[in-house]
Design a protein around this ligand. Structure first.
Ligand SMILES: Cc1ncc(COP(=O)(O)O)c(C=O)c1O
Ligand SMILES: [Zn+2]
Length: 418
């Protein structure tokens, strides 16, 4: 189906104003609120079925093209995005007293984070518009994703990141050939600079919580979760939250499936934030208004003073009858080896904040042992080795001599199952 058929228009998340798709590009003209893409579900329903999907060999986000706001996929990035594994993690589940615990390893995307889902949609849209330069501010992952996906298309990419971004993420940007501007400031400052720069130079702007297409890409993770569970909806989904675009995308995905009748109920979403970067949690638990916090956390990808899609995030948590949980940096760091050792998945700090939040939720009796729970791991651990090394111990150092090894085995029998 053509985009014009599928998409009804945009609706402002803050004031409810509606627009046609050609009326506006980024945010609401009346209140600067973020826009939600609205669909003609009754038409889409006639074009897609779970049976058709079962026979669709395309195991990527594009298998859901009828539910995406694009017509022409000829400009899609030629790398594999989506259909990441959903593992039933028996060992981790047992430790937490949960019978049905699943982990979605979204670090298995081409640039190693969930952001590839968002970037892909934005790029297809930008190419449909004939854009030549695309810009983005990011804590690191949105930018490394954009750079990865634009590189094979030859689309010029300008990136604004805080100088403090982990080295691996900066390396990705440089390797993929983006123009990288490391801003001596916070993510929030890089963000505002990117908006000014894109306006001044006429670049297309992919910023999270500004460009309505990012949420449309991120929602595909929920389609996959439901399809991988045999079109069953989980009871609870734990989602790391920074700007709030991911969780609002996750919610959009479930709502889409509910509207077209693929699932018969909706899950509760649990927003997982770092203690000092918890603006969404604070807003959700008070009057719904997003106010700035320090944003100070080791989990760089969810280090945000003023969440740019906060209103949509609060709405998603509320509509899902969900909750918000904040966790300490220590707990986040400890969760890296925990997830790795119990489930074989190496997540970056933000990526495992969801596991830390689940542990806290279990302690606070927020989950029932037989509930179907999905923990979303949004980024791969190789993106931030320094954080991983903080809680993973050290190797034993010896000379290349069997006597040294024997001494070590006697001194540390536990390390050798003896
Ligand atoms: C690994 C990872 N997890 C979670 C998030 C949070 O997404 P959002 O900022 O949309 O809330 C991000 C965003 O950069 C991320 O990179
Ligand atoms: Zn508005």
């Amino acid at each position: 189906m053509d985009k014009e058929e599928k998409v009804k228009g945009y609706k402002c998340i803050s004031c409810g104003e509606e627009y046609t798709i050609n009326d506006v590009e980024y945010v609401c003209k009346k209140c600067s609120g973020n826009l939600q893409v609205m669909y003609n579900y009754h038409l889409i329903k006639k074009k897609v079925s779970t049976q058709d999907l079962a026979h669709n060999p395309d195991l990527s986000i594009w298998r859901y093209r009828e539910l995406l706001p694009v017509s022409d996929l000829s400009g899609k990035p030629p790398v594999h995005i989506g259909w990441t594994p959903l593992y039933k993690t028996g060992r981790l589940g047992k430790k937490l007293g949960l019978e049905n615990l699943y982990v979605k390893d979204d670090g298995r995307n081409p640039s190693a984070s969930s952001k590839d889902r968002a970037g892909a949609l934005v790029i297809v849209h930008a190419l449909e518009r004939g854009e030549e330069v695309i810009a983005c501010a990011s804590t690191g992952n949105a930018a490394s994703s954009l750079s990865c996906l634009t590189a094979p298309l030859g689309l010029k990419t300008v990136i604004f990141v805080p100088v403090t971004s982990p080295r691996a993420k900066i390396a990705q940007l440089l390797v993929f050939g983006a123009t990288v501007i490391a801003v001596e400031g916070t993510y929030d400052e890089a963000y505002d600079l990117c908006i000014k720069a894109a306006e001044e130079y006429g670049w297309y702007n992919r910023n999270t919580g500004y460009n309505p297409y990012t949420r449309e890409g991120k929602k595909t993770v929920s389609y996959e979760i439901c399809e991988q569970l045999g079109w069953e909806c989980p009871d609870k989904v734990f989602v790391p939250v920074g700007d709030g675009n991911m969780i609002s995308g996750v919610w959009k995905g479930f709502v889409d499936l509910f509207e077209i009748g693929f699932i018969s109920r909706l899950p509760q979403l649990i927003a997982c934030q770092a203690e000092k970067s918890d603006a969404v949690k604070r807003a959700f638990e008070s009057d719904g208004v997003i106010r700035p916090v320090s944003g100070d956390t080791v989990a760089d990808s969810i280090s945000v003073r003023l969440p740019r899609d906060g209103a949509a995030a609060v709405k998603a948590i509320k509509e899902s009858k969900g909750a918000a949980v904040s966790v300490t940096d220590d707990h986040i760091i400890q969760s890296i080896p925990k997830l790795a050792r119990e489930a074989g998945i190496f997540g970056e700090p933000a990526g495992v904040a969801s596991l830390a939040a689940l542990e806290k939720a279990v302690l606070n009796n927020m989950v029932k042992e037989d509930e179907k729970i999905v923990v979303l791991v949004t980024g791969n651990g190789l993106k931030d080795i320094d954080s991983a090394m903080k809680s993973s111990g050290k190797p034993f150092k010896i000379n290349p001599d069997i006597k040294d090894l024997r001494n070590l085995v006697s001194a540390e029998p536990g390390a050798f199952l003896m």
